[in-house]
Design a protein around this ligand. Structure first.
Ligand SMILES: [Zn+2]
Length: 115
């Protein structure tokens, strides 16, 4: 027997229910939907997270962030590596001289000097 708990919404004054609902977390255009136990407004959709749910949500967001950054990171590295191979083949002995940090802002120009 679970009595439905309600409270007034601070945003619109509507009724908030303490229940599990789909909660969307978004980071860099990536979205994760997860069920979250919280106070949800039945009128405007406002949500109030508390206690464990708040911590869990924060953790889920950190995880999403890590996943998104992890997914984007290696892809970018792969692109750079692809360029390096191409450049290495063309440049031959010149490569060592062009072995500059990935973050070099003018790496394109330093490579073209070797061709
Ligand atoms: Zn509301």
């Amino acid at each position: 027997m679970t009595p439905v708990k309600t409270q007034p919404c601070p945003e619109c004054g509507g009724i908030m229910r303490y229940e599990r609902r789909d909660d969307a977390l978004a980071y860099k255009g990536q979205e994760r939907i997860r069920k979250t136990l919280a106070w949800w407004c039945t009128k405007c959709g406002e949500a109030i997270f508390a206690g464990k749910a708040l911590l869990a949500r924060d953790r889920a967001f950190q995880q999403l962030k890590a996943e998104v950054d992890h997914v984007l990171g290696p892809n970018e590295v792969a692109t750079v590596r692809g360029k390096l191979r191409l450049s290495q083949r063309r440049a031959g002995g010149c490569w060592a001289a062009a072995d500059v940090p990935f973050r070099s802002t003018n790496r394109e120009s330093s490579w073209s000097a070797c061709r």
